[in-house]
Design a protein around this ligand. Structure first.
Ligand code: ADP
Length: 183
């Protein structure tokens, strides 16, 4: 079997846009195909690797830098790394992209109003009430990717459609062999 090419698949978007949901569904699909992968979920990372960091720009940048560091180590050893992190600052994402090189940016996009209606973790309600400060989309910026490799509109497409879109891009970029070509 050919050596798997490592790649970091980086999900960025507002809280509640669907990053973790799509990453989990993609994980299942990739495991079925026998890929070696690792998942770095922003919320989990913040309870260990980047524990203690807050939500100032400096702390957010540091959070992304550390996730990027680990992603790079894994990627260069042939692992597929699925990162889901709001990662609101374009420069921080570009820095990680430049370091890792094998990088697929997935913009998980839904209007703020949709994310707020979903309010999966009840955080938007708290942010609107002023109980949480520096919440992305409310009182903290989100800089959308300008040229992401994949742009998912989760208010208009299903999770499965987003996964298929990402798989198609991974195939086009040579990180996955199209299923039809697997004998
Ligand atoms: P994030 O990781 O971006 O904070 P989550 O994946 O935790 O977001 O939450 C997204 C929520 O939106 C989930 O409850 C998910 O079931 C829901 N959802 C509804 N439609 C979609 C879709 N098309 N793609 C992804 N998530 C969706």
């Amino acid at each position: 079997m050919a050596m798997q090419r490592g790649v970091t698949i980086w999900f960025t978007g507002l809280s509640g846009s669907g990053k973790s949901t799509i990453a989990r569904a993609l994980e299942a699909e990739l495991r079925q195909r026998g890929c070696q992968l690792e998942v770095l979920d922003g919320d989990i990372v913040r309870t260990n690797l980047t524990k203690g960091l807050g939500f100032s720009k400096a702390d957010r940048d540091e959070n992304i830098r550390r996730i990027g560091f680990v992603s790079h180590l894994l990627t260069r050893n042939g692992v597929m790394v699925l990162v889901s992190a709001i990662s609101p600052y374009r420069n921080a994402r570009e820095e990680v992209r430049d370091r890792i090189e094998e990088f697929v940016e997935v913009f998980v996009d839904a209007p703020l109003s949709v994310c707020e209606d979903r309010d999966v973790k009840g955080l938007y309600k708290k942010a609107r009430a002023g109980e949480i400060k520096q919440f992305t989309g409310i009182d903290d910026p989100y800089e959308a990717p300008l040229t992401p490799e994949v742009h998912c509109h989760t208010d208009q497409q299903t999770v499965d459609e987003s996964v298929a879109q990402i798989i198609g891009q991974l195939e086009a970029m040579g990180y996955l062999t199209p299923m039809a070509a697997v004998a």
